[in-house]
Design a protein around this ligand. Sequence first.
Ligand SMILES: [Zn+2]
Length: 234
Amino acid sequence: MQPQEKGNHVMKKNLLFYSAFALFLIAIFPFCHNLSRQVIALHRNKTVIVIDVGHGGSDPGKIGVNGIKEKDVNLAIALYLKDYLLAQDYTVYMTRETDCDLSDAAVSNKKRSDLNHRIQFTKEKNAACLISIHQNSYPDTIQHGAQTFYFQGRKSDEAFAKIMQDCLLNFDSTNTRQIKATDSYYILKNSSVPSILIECGFLSNPDETARLTDSNYQKELAYTIAVGTCRFLK
Ligand SMILES: [Zn+2]
């Protein structure tokens, strides 16, 4: 074989090899793609998120304009949040899914008993994080906007709060509130996992109450909280 012919022969062989390899990659791509999705899903399935639904049962939480009860708004938003997080393949538990409280029947301090059960529940589920859903209220009815609270000095909680508040500020351009450290929220203080408490808005503000009780707004807000949670856990 002449050098020129030999070169052509090698080129043809290489071309054949790379063509076959390309066909092979195209053939296995859907399988690999599905496999990687399954691996991600498997990983996320093992990641547990606990949504704490503030108040409930005999404890209505804040009473807003038109007699709106905080416990009902909390539950509505939390149920949408659960759906969004389940759709992202996380394992999700809620501290309550109906209008009830978690306190023991025969205790004098029902509020403390209720909160202790929520903290214990989160621990038992081996949660990667805890999101406590609440609504705010203030005598000055002009106050508005969602705000994320975390236990002061806890770096992981602060990081979670910051990511969440950034998402909430993106969601509502009129909101200028920043994350707030606290040492007084019992559930944040005693939780053993990265935890935040979101005051989703002010039930003392008529306009914000109208939004917070609108199912479309509740869904959008829940979606925003789901995005913040996914960003923190990724
Ligand atoms: Zn509350």
